[in-house]
Design a protein around this ligand. Structure first.
Ligand code: C2E
Ligand code: MG
Ligand code: MG
Length: 694
């Protein structure tokens, strides 16, 4: 059975107390012994003094007896008084005390008893001889020897008594010193035992109590500071410390599980569930932290924004599960390419971002991009049999002193935008040119807000003609912006800005209203083609808006041609809305045109689902037709495809007779381009070679 600490301490303390008491008693005993021995020595000494007094009294008695007998022998009469005095003194001598209380040994007692007897004998002889000296002086000589003999006996026994007493004093002193020594040794030994017990107790307390408590306190402190140094020691003990250790272990487990839950919540709050990467929140806080740190260290922070090219197409073609897998593969790939102290985050959708802090930039960022694109190529070689290939565009920006994180991120995003515009699957660094473009973009975005109200927008119309007869079948409305200080801004520049700022909704509505108002003035046979941004389909009621505008100006919906690019049809998340709007308009008689065909995914699935009425071959193919045989083949193939699907084919960007001749030969239905007419405010002036007709 194991004892508790309290029991052990109690036992130790009790032992100490008992030992202390014993020591005290021993001390008292020593003291008592010494005292008793001292008393005996005092009594013995007193007995010796008594002997001395008796000696003196005896000597005096002897002398007086001698004087008395001599004077009696000389014939003098001994007076009665003298006789009585001598007898009284002799009797008083006999009554002198003998030191009985001090004596203990038989030897001493025997000596004293003998002395008493001798003393009584001497007194009797003294009285006898003194009486003889008074009454019969003649018998003195005869009596004297007896007196002398008793005196001698008394002296001899007194000498023996003195010797015995002296011996007793010596023995008592000797015994006393021996006893004292022995008791002192005992007391010292007892003290040593107590000291040993105290030392053992403190060692035990240190080893079994203080040290474990210190270790537990250290563990607690470390645990409090968030470090887990392992199990709490002493849980197996069956004493109070074991109780404490077990209590602490339970507390530690409870806190640890709470911490684990908090860590999990924290992880969920800061990480993306699909890829396990950091999320936007963590990215932003880490970025501002790194920017602050770099201001101290002099390092440069690079933000790399990475976007999966044509991710929506992956989603549409292969399904969302494949899209998720592509995101995971991209996340994995990026994580493998960065160093351990870089941060990869998924910012949302198919957009990732990396924070890279380095002393030597842009070298470090270039090396990172090289690793990423090498890894993408390697991934292609590995995976392309089962999974769609990953293509990445990246934009990079470097921090400047005092720059906030969101601004740095936007610069990287601008560079990404440029990379996408430059043909995708490539990376661009944000530089001076981009900075200028960006500031221009910001300025245009700001100015565009007032463009409608300030009458800076206007429409031009470009004719579309029958390829065979060149008779104009209609016009395409093209938007223009005359900036008060920057002059004419091309729609390729400002339409994307309008799209990114949300201004495309009011601008699109303005185009619809003004284009239809213009078409109301034209001969009814002429159609009106309106370009629709994919983002216009986000707002409900595009079909109603078109209907209202057409009704307001008395333009038949059958005169409308709605031009959408493939991107509009590929917006996976609102594909159904786009489809519904276009189908509603088709039901009302309008025609739907796929613009810039050949530049997007040219998905045949789109052609089927959207039931386009017309395909517009992108002008880049038409322009390249002459000296780039593949482009010519593409144009020819698209015309053939359109024919077989019974769609009208329009070729845009026709600038030369040669192009027109080939397009005619291949059976293209309609043509549009500078050869027919440039976009203009005045539709009559634009028509150079064509005539209005069907
Ligand atoms: P798009 O719809 O493909 O328009 C045809 C573009 O080709 C027009 O450029 C036109 O001026 C140009 N073009 C026509 N013939 C020729 C030619 O023979 N040679 C050359 N080199 N170019 C020719 P623009 O007007 O700069 O418009 C560019 C793009 O801006 C349009 O491409 C369209 O996507 C967009 N856009 C224009 N107006 C609007 C609009 O009102 N709304 C929307 N959402 N987008 C518009
Ligand atoms: Mg167009
Ligand atoms: Mg076009």
């Amino acid at each position: 059975m194991r004892l508790s600490i309290a029991a052990r301490v109690l036992i130790a303390c009790t032992t100490l107390m008992v030992l202390g008491l014993m020591l005290l008693v021993a001390g008292f005993a020593v003291n008592e012994n010494v005292h008793t021995a001292d008393q005996r020595i005092v009594l013995l000494s007193e007995a010796l003094h008594a002997q001395d007094r008796q000696d003196r009294a005896q000597d005096q008695l002897r002398l007086d007896v001698g004087d008395t007998t001599r004077s009696a022998e000389r014939g003098a009469t001994i007076p009665d008084r003298r006789w009585a005095t001598l007898v009284a003194r002799a009797r008083a001598f006999a009554a002198l005390p003998v030191a009985f209380p001090a004596v203990q040994h038989r030897r001493e007692i025997a000596a004293i008893m003998q002395t008493r007897r001798a003393s009584r004998d001497f007194v009797a002889n003294t009285v006898h001889v003194v009486t003889i000296a008074r009454t019969r002086p003649d018998l003195i000589a005869k009596t004297m020897p007896r007196f002398v003999a008793s005196l001698r006996r008394l002296e001899a026994s007194r000498a023996r008594t003195r010797e015995a007493l002296t011996l007793a004093v010596m023995e008592a002193a000797d015994r006393n010193s021996r006893e004292s020594r022995r008791r002192t040794v005992e007391v010292l030994f007892g003290g040593l035992v107590i000291l040993a017990i105290i030392a053992a107790m403190s060692a035990w307390l240190r080893h079994r109590l203080v040290k474990p408590i210190t270790v537990i306190a250290q563990r607690l402190r470390a645990f409090g500071a968030g470090r887990d140094d392992g199990a709490v020691p002493g849980v197996a003990r069956r004493d109070e410390l074991g109780d404490l250790a077990r209590g602490l272990a339970e507390y530690r487990d409870a806190v640890e599980s709470r911490r684990a839950a908090e860590r999990r919540v924290d992880f969920l709050a800061h990480h993306d569930m699909l890829t396990g990467l950091a999320n936007r929140l963590l990215f932003e806080s880490r970025l501002s932290h790194e920017l602050m740190r770099s201001a101290r260290t002099g390092d440069t922070v690079a933000v790399v924004v990475v976007d999966l090219d044509r991710f929506k197409a992956i989603n549409d073609r292969f399904g969302h599960a494949a899209g998720d897998r592509a995101l995971k593969r991209a996340a994995d790939l990026l994580s493998r390419c960065v160093r351990s102290d870089d941060l990869v985050a998924r910012m949302g959708g198919d957009e990732f971002a990396i924070i890279q802090v380095a002393r030597s930039q842009p070298a470090a960022a270039e090396a990172l991009l090289a690793r990423i694109y090498r890894a993408v190529d390697a991934c292609d070689a590995d995976d392309n049999a089962t999974e769609p290939a990953i293509r990445l565009s990246a934009g990079v920006a470097f921090s400047e002193p005092g720059q906030p994180g969101d601004e740095l991120y936007e610069l990287a995003d601008t560079a990404l935008y440029r990379a996408k515009a430059d043909g995708r699957h490539t990376a661009r660094f944000f530089n001076k040119d981009l900075r200028e473009q960006e500031s221009l973009r910001l300025r245009l975005a700001r100015d565009l807000e007032h463009a409608i109200a300030s009458d800076q927008l206007y429409l031009v119309f470009q004719p579309i003609a029958n390829a065979g007869t060149l008779a104009i079948t209609g016009y395409e409305a093209l938007l223009r912006w005359r900036h008060p200080t920057l002059g004419e801004i091309a729609p390729d520049t400002f339409v994307p800005i309008a799209e990114s700022t949300g201004l495309i909704a009011p601008i699109g509505a303005w185009v619809i209203a003004h284009a239809i108002a213009a078409a109301a003035q034209w001969p009814e046979a002429l159609s009106l083609a309106i370009n629709l941004s994919p983002l216009q389909f986000r707002a409900d009621g595009l079909a109603d808006e078109l209907r209202r505008a057409a009704a307001a100006h008395g333009v038949a919906l059958s005169r409308l041609e709605l031009e959408v690019t493939e991107s509009a049809t590929l917006l996976g998340y609102q594909r159904d809305e786009v489809l519904a709007t276009l189908q509603a308009m088709q039901a009302d008689g309008a025609r739907v045109v796929m613009d810039d065909f050949g530049t997007g995914h040219s998905s045949l699935g789109n052609l089927k689902d959207f039931a386009f009425n017309k395909i517009k071959i992108d002008r880049s193919f038409v322009a390249a037709m002459g000296d780039h045989p593949p482009s010519a083949s593409i144009v020819r193939a698209i015309i053939g495809l359109g024919k077989s699907l019974k769609l009208t084919i329009v070729a845009e960007g026709v600038e030369t007779d040669a192009q027109l001749a080939r397009l005619r030969r291949w059976g293209c239905d309609q043509v549009q381009g500078y050869l027919i007419g440039r976009p203009s405010c005045d539709i009559q002036a634009t028509t150079m070679r064509a005539r209005v007709g069907v």
